[in-house]
Design a protein. Sequence first.
Length: 306
Amino acid sequence: MTQTPTKPFRLTHLKELESESIYVLREVAAQFERPALLFSGGKDSIILSYLARKAFAPAKIPFPLLHIDTGHNFPETITYRDWWVEHIEANLLVRYVQDSIDAGRVVEEKGYNASRNVLQTVTLLDAIEELKLDAAIGGGRRDEEKARAKERFFSHRDEFGQWDPKNQRPELWNLFNGKKHIGEHFRVFPISNWTEMDVWQYLYQEQVELPSLYFTHQREILERDSVLLAKSDYIPMRPTETTRPMQVRFRTIGDMTCTGAVLSPASTMEEIIQEVAASRVTERGTRADDKRSEAAMEDRKKEGYF
């Protein structure tokens, strides 16, 4: 955890974004019977759960948080997840990729670049079927990556959990169509119109505590294919590779095998905001899994990924 600033500034456009997201969350509660909020412990899912608490206060959030756990998370993420869920008095459900591996539902990758990140798709789809979810609320934003820029607020998935970007419903005047056939579901993205800068400014304004990973700290780092990976038992090293201590922070938080760090001295939210304003690389630019192919994210989303 880190200290948060006092008397932060307030920006009008953030109020408009907040209102839009709260409206979408309330629409989910109104139109769907069994929604869940996908929670990873990263800043986008934190802000989403924070908005959900605001949307339904003084009542509790009327749907559970669902974490698809790869088993290769940063320890700081799990510590924060458990603290945050208790802090906002939410109901947390966890489903494990390891269980999918043990059941033979997926085959774990081998080799130096092996990652469980893509395996989450099967675990997520199995959880949606098991829990009979008709809506999965995610923290995707359109500025993150070109595939996510194609998403609607209410993004339809067929009976196989797959996404067809050419077969989505119009959303004129923020009118959302949640009708579906049996076996289908929706992914809902209430913060679609937010940018990374909006997220940081809002977190600063609302004085939300965040995982320490987002702030500068010294860590043993492996540099591989221009990605700075945290030293981990989950990442096998080639005989020629070595690690060295670096002063880094993380712009995204995911599976340790594919989440890259950035060199940074930013130790406060104010410094992170200044850093984001000057950056010319998107936050997804630090993710090794997005570098596997030109359309890596879109291919995964079509198969049912977040």
